[in-house]
Design a protein around this ligand. Structure first.
Ligand SMILES: [Zn+2]
Length: 727
């Protein structure tokens, strides 16, 4: 029996690159992109229709199953499906695993249902307690789930149950998806300077062309890049009532500030998307992005995989930031993939930075990207002076980290009631704990990394695996008592030193261990902005994006840190970070200064920074990369082989290396070698590095290679295209 029928090719969120064939039951209306439920093995699974075709169907010879049902969600757009296919191929992860990043929990695929919620009641409780007041302060006009309200108010569920009994809260059923308020593009709140306006006009012109192009917005710290790209956002909103805009940021810590500025400029809060947006809120954002109701999304790299209905502008802010590289699961670089996504959506993408990556600068120089520069700070604000303190001439006393010239500068600044930022990218109290009796360095179990002491929590923590333990009273190796001694500074130890040097000063630490939630971050930033903090000690979290008008002195405690790494971008990253940190100073009419404590003031990156000569530094660094054929002049891929024992890992790496497909000679392979972290969580690791020219399809080559290798279940092979980590 043969008859013609409809065949749906459905992609599932499983590690299989290709869609499966299904029959379409009569009466079920499907389109390409429809989200469907279909039997997969023994379970029902959510998938997306990749293609529909008419085909000869032999009903008996092929036991095809039927699609079961279709979700009432707007089908995934062509551009997103193409994007998923592209990322799947480019990252070697396969389309199925990329789809997993695009699908929400199944609940989000159905419309928001009526749910039991709590709203404000009519009565005021006669006995008011602190906890009750907290709840009533929070409730406002909206509907809450009980657990959500308890969490937001910081009280237990029983407080809420109590208030319901008293009639101060009321139970009801409501559809809980609130719409996002519509942003108003013409609500002007900031006056642009003539040069900002000129740059904004160029961006607006590009948005009006409604086609794919990439622009580097290259503006010094404090030049008003955000205000300028907001004008492009406004134009995209004006152009069509369905247009959507995505703003990507490297870190959650930065989203609060952008959200606030956005609300000021457009009179509405954008949708927010990152790992801290969870549960019902996450479903709400996903649904409203899919329906087109949420017009602006501000988010971390995963926002790139949201189901935009009509994406019309992407902005990647701080485009140079290496946190855009995802290092777990599907390995991809969100900036690079954002450019691909924009090309498929046919829209403008703006890459903004004060310290653009060499890759982007190279693309701008070669004409692939447009290049707009903002060279001035508005008004009377100037870039800070940058000076070096040579630690060979001014060594701090033993056990201290602040040199005399930096201490003096701090004293002057504090005497004028201005603020100081000390930058040290080391979390915790001390990066190393050594036993004075036997010399033991305390390591993380089954991992090649030293434990970092955290005094706040009294624990030793592994920053690589997250392992932690209470600081032991005796040495685990020789059992000596009181012999464990902290070595080197972390931000917490620096805070101790400041309390000795400046006992009167209010000093706080800005680090992911201490300011964890968006609320804590926001709180700290507003205390700093209000002048309630004299000395802020920060890790890289404090380095980027923030605007502290009364901050006039930035002290970089260890400018050499990171320069020596085994990483091709080490110098580039140091240059970028130090420029960003220095750029925190003098952002108002007050003059700012940045002082770098260094042992090697003559190092190219530091010297160029002192001379404020970016071009010289960029040219030198690009020259070096070109000689080696490294990005942006060539492509790189890494192979990470891991296994439960060193012997197996080593042999597997050799076996894998031996299978490298032959080529015309464009491919170079280094390794296998033992990485810096040779053991992580009890798994032994080996690495290979592969280089090719720009014109080679390196992803295709790597995939062919991996497909030749039959890994036993003890061995794991991870491919990392465009690696950023070399550890
Ligand atoms: Zn010992």
């Amino acid at each position: 029996m043969m008859n013609r029928g409809l065949l749906a090719k459905v992609l599932f969120e499983i590690p299989v690159a290709k869609p499966f064939d299904y029959l379409v039951p009569e009466g079920l209306v499907l389109e390409t992109g429809s989200y469907v439920l279909a039997p997969l093995g023994k379970r029902m699974a959510v998938g997306v229709v990749w293609k529909i075709e008419e085909a000869e169907i032999q009903s008996k010879s092929r036991r095809l199953k039927y699609v079961s049902s279709v979700f009432p969600t707007r089908p995934m757009g062509d551009d997103q499906r193409k994007f998923i296919d592209f990322v799947g191929k480019y990252s070697c992860a396969g389309a199925g695993r990329v789809l997993r990043m695009c699908l929400p929990a199944a609940d989000a695929l159905a419309p928001a249902a009526d749910m039991p919620v709590i709203i404000a009641g009519k009565n005021t409780p006669k006995q008011m307690t602190k906890a009750r007041q907290k709840v009533l302060d929070k409730i406002g006009n909206r509907a809450w789930r009980v657990t959500e309200l308890a969490k937001a108010a910081g009280v237990s569920g029983s407080v809420i149950q109590g208030l319901i009994k008293l009639g101060a809260l009321q139970r009801t059923l409501q559809q809980v998806d609130e719409n996002f308020a519509t942003p108003d593009p013409d609500r002007q709140s900031v006056e642009l300077t003539p040069s900002q306006q000129e740059t904004a006009n160029e961006l607006v012109g590009k948005v009006m062309q409604q086609c794919f192009s990439t622009i580097l917005l290259d503006g010094i710290t404090g030049s008003g890049k955000t205000e300028v790209y907001f004008e492009a956002v406004a134009e995209a909103l004006r152009q069509h009532p369905d247009n959507q805009v995505l703003i990507l940021l490297p870190e959650i810590a930065l989203t609060q500030d952008i959200l606030d500025r956005f609300a000021k400029r457009f009179g509405a809060q954008p949708a927010e998307w990152h790992s801290d947006v969870i549960g019902r809120q996450r479903q709400r954002v996903w649904r409203q992005v899919a329906s087109g109701q949420a017009r602006i999304v501000v988010g971390a790299r995963s926002a790139l995989f949201l189901p935009f209905a009509k994406l019309s502008l992407i902005v990647v802010d701080e485009e140079h930031d290496s946190s855009f590289k995802q290092e777990e699961g599907v390995l991809y670089h969100a900036r690079d993939m954002a450019v691909v996504r924009a090309s498929m959506a046919g829209c403008l993408i703006v890459l903004a930075s004060a310290t653009p990556s060499l890759e982007t600068l190279h693309n701008a120089k070669s004409g692939r990207y447009g290049h707009l520069a903002l060279q001035n700070r508005p008004g009377s604000s100037r870039l800070p002076m940058i000076g070096a303190i040579d630690l060979k001439q001014h060594p701090p006393i033993a056990g201290r980290w602040i040199s005399e010239p930096l201490r003096k500068a701090m004293e002057n600044t504090l005497a004028q009631n201005q603020q100081v930022l000390l930058y040290l990218n080391r979390r915790g109290y001390a990066p190393l704990t050594i036993c004075r009796a036997c010399g033991e360095r305390i390591k993380s179990p089954n991992t090649d990394s030293y434990l970092v002491e955290h005094k706040f929590s009294g624990r030793l923590v592994c920053h690589l695996t997250g392992f932690s333990m209470a600081k032991p009273a005796i040495c685990p190796a020789c059992k000596a008592e009181n012999s464990l001694h902290p070595v080197g500074p972390g931000v917490e130890r620096l805070a101790e030193e400041i309390s000795i040097l400046f006992p009167e000063a209010v000093c706080e630490v800005f680090s992911s261990d201490i300011t964890k939630t968006p609320e804590q971050i926001r709180n700290l930033i507003s205390r700093m902005q209000a002048g309630l903090i004299d000395v802020l000690i920060g890790t890289q979290m404090a380095a980027k994006g923030h605007n502290f008008p009364n901050l006039t002195l930035v002290g970089v405690v260890d400018a050499d840190m990171g320069l020596g790494g085994a990483d091709l971008r080490a110098a580039e990253r140091t240059y970028q970070t130090l420029t960003q940190v220095a750029g925190r100073a003098g952002r108002s009419h007050l003059e700012g200064i940045a002082l770098l404590q260094t042992h090697q003031p003559e190092h190219e990156a530091i010297d160029a920074l002192l001379a404020r000569d970016r071009q010289r530094y960029v040219d030198a660094e690009l020259g070096l990369r070109e000689q080696m054929g490294f990005p942006p002049f060539g492509r790189l891929a890494a192979v990470i082989v891991s296994a439960s024992s060193e012997k197996i890992a080593h042999q597997a790496a050799l076996d894998f290396a031996a299978l490298a497909p032959a080529t015309a000679g464009d491919i170079e392979i280094w390794g296998p070698s033992e990485p810096i972290f040779a053991v992580v969580r009890g798994r032994w690791r080996r690495r290979l590095l592969v280089r090719s020219s720009k014109k080679t399809d390196l992803s295709g080559y790597m995939l062919d290679w991996r497909n030749k290798y039959r890994a036993g279940n003890k061995v794991q092979i991870k491919l990392d295209i465009d690696p950023y980590s070399f550890l």
